[in-house]
Design a protein around this ligand. Structure first.
Ligand SMILES: [Zn+2]
Length: 339
C-alpha cells in the first residue's frame, strides 16, 4: 500500500529468515481485513509503503536455528500479532502485549498479502493445523488469524453469558464473528446493528435474533424497545468510530459491559457519568487471538463453528487491489486471497 486508495502488486525482496527465532512461511491463504480499510482511506502518500496483511495460513518453508517446534512442511495458522509465548503477558494469555511481540503488515514487519512472509517468534506465534492445505475448512480456519478470535474477544470482554442479552455494533466480518461467538457462549438474545441487508441476513443465519438498521438515537431507542427498556448486558463494539462507541455506551444496561474491538478512531470514550452511575464496564482491545486459537480450533475442526461464511469472494494475489476496492465499497464482506 502506497497511500490511500493506492494498492499495487509489486515484486519485492524475498521474505527470508532474519533472526534465529524466525520461520519463513509460504502463504497458501490470506485475506483483507476491515482494519486494512483504515489506511486504505487515510494513509498519506508520504508514509513509507507497507506490505499489508496480518492474517494467513501457510506452509513452513524454513526455520531459524533456535526454532524448536516447527519443521519444514508444517501447515500453520498465523495470529495477527507475533509473540514469544514465554513472557509474563503471554503467560497471562495477553499475547498482543508480548514484551517481544509486534504486529504484521507495517514498515518493520512485512505482511501476509504476499507469496511468503517472515514470522518472528515462530515457536510462540504459529499454531500447527492437523489438516491439509486444500481442506474445505480452510476459510473457517483462516478466521482464527483474526476476525473469529477478535469477535470472540469482544464477546469475552463484554462478558457474554448463558442466557444473556447482547448487541453487536457493526455488521462487518468481526461483527458477524461476534454473533457467532455470542451464540457459542450461550446468549439468548443477539441484536445485530448494521445497515447492509446482505450482512444482517447472514448475521441472522449465524445466530442473531434481531436486526437494528437505524443509527444514532433511533438505534438506541430500537435496542431499548427490544430489551424492555433496559438495554443489553453485553455490547460488542466492532467498528471503532465516534458514533459506534457512543451507541455502545448508550445501549449498555446498568451492570453491563462493553467489549471494544474496533480500532478506536476517536479520542475519548463518551458518557463518563452515565457509565459511572450504571456501573458499566468498558473493556476490550486488540484480541489475543493466539490464546483463543486453541479454544476455538476444536469447534472449527469438528464443524460446530463455521465463521468462514464471512468470506464472500476468493481472489488471487494480482486481484488484491480490486479486493480492497470491493470491500471498501461494501460490495464484499471479506475477501479471501489465495497467492
Ligand atoms: Zn510474550
Amino acid at each position: 500500500m502506497h497511500g490511500a486508495g493506492d494498492v499495487r502488486i509489486e515484486t519485492v525482496p524475498d521474505a527470508a529468515i532474519n533472526d534465529s527465532t524466525d520461520a519463513l512461511i509460504r502463504v497458501t491463504h490470506a485475506c483483507i481485513c476491515g482494519s486494512d480499510l483504515w489506511p486504505y482511506a487515510l494513509m498519506q502518500a508520504s508514509d513509507p509503503a507497507r506490505v499489508m496483511g496480518h492474517e494467513a495460513i501457510g506452509v513452513v518453508e524454513d526455520v531459524g536455528a533456535d526454532v524448536q517446534t516447527l519443521v519444514r512442511g508444517d501447515l500453520v495458522v498465523m495470529p495477527f500479532a507475533f509473540s514469544d509465548g514465554t513472557c509474563i503477558f503471554c503467560g497471562e494469555g495477553l499475547q498482543t502485549s508480548c514484551l517481544h511481540g509486534g504486529f504484521f503488515g507495517n514498515p518493520e514487519v512485512a505482511g501476509a498479502q504476499a507469496e511468503a512472509v517472515r514470522v518472528p517468534q515462530a515457536d510462540g506465534t504459529l499454531v500447527k493445523l492437523p489438516v491439509r492445505e486444500d481442506d474445505a475448512l480452510m476459510p473457517s480456519l483462516l478466521t482464527l488469524s483474526d476476525v473469529m478470535g477478535t469477535g470472540h474477544h469482544a464477546a469475552v470482554t463484554a462478558r457474554v453469558r448463558e442466557g444473556g442479552t447482547v448487541a453487536v455494533v457493526g455488521d462487518g466480518a468481526v461483527g458477524l464473528c461476534g454473533v457467532v461467538a455470542a451464540k457459542r457462549l450461550g446468549a439468548e438474545q443477539i441484536v445485530i446493528m448494521g445497515r447492509h441487508a446482505d450482512r444482517t441476513t447472514l448475521a441472522r443465519e449465524l445466530g442473531a435474533t434481531d436486526v437494528v438498521s437505524e443509527r444514532g438515537e433511533e438505534a438506541v431507542e430500537r435496542v431499548r424497545g427490544l430489551t424492555g427498556g433496559l438495554g443489553v448486558s453485553s455490547v460488542l463494539e466492532c467498528v471503532g468510530t465516534e458514533q459506534s462507541i457512543a451507541t455502545a455506551v448508550a445501549i449498555a444496561r446498568p451492570g453491563g459491559a462493553i467489549g471494544r474491538v474496533g480500532v478506536p478512531h476517536y479520542d475519548a470514550i463518551p458518557s463518563a457519568q452515565p457509565t459511572f452511575y450504571g456501573n458499566v464496564t468498558i473493556s476490550g482491545g486488540p484480541a489475543p487471538v493466539r490464546a483463543y486459537i486453541e479454544e476455538l480450533l476444536p469447534d472449527v475442526l469438528e464443524g460446530r463453528l463455521d465463521p468462514g461464511r464471512v468470506f464472500d469472494r476468493v481472489i488471487g494475489l494480482d486481484d488484491v487491489p480490486e479486493g480492497y476496492r470491493a470491500m471498501n465499497d461494501r460490495e464484499s464482506i471479506k475477501v479471501l486471497v489465495t497467492p
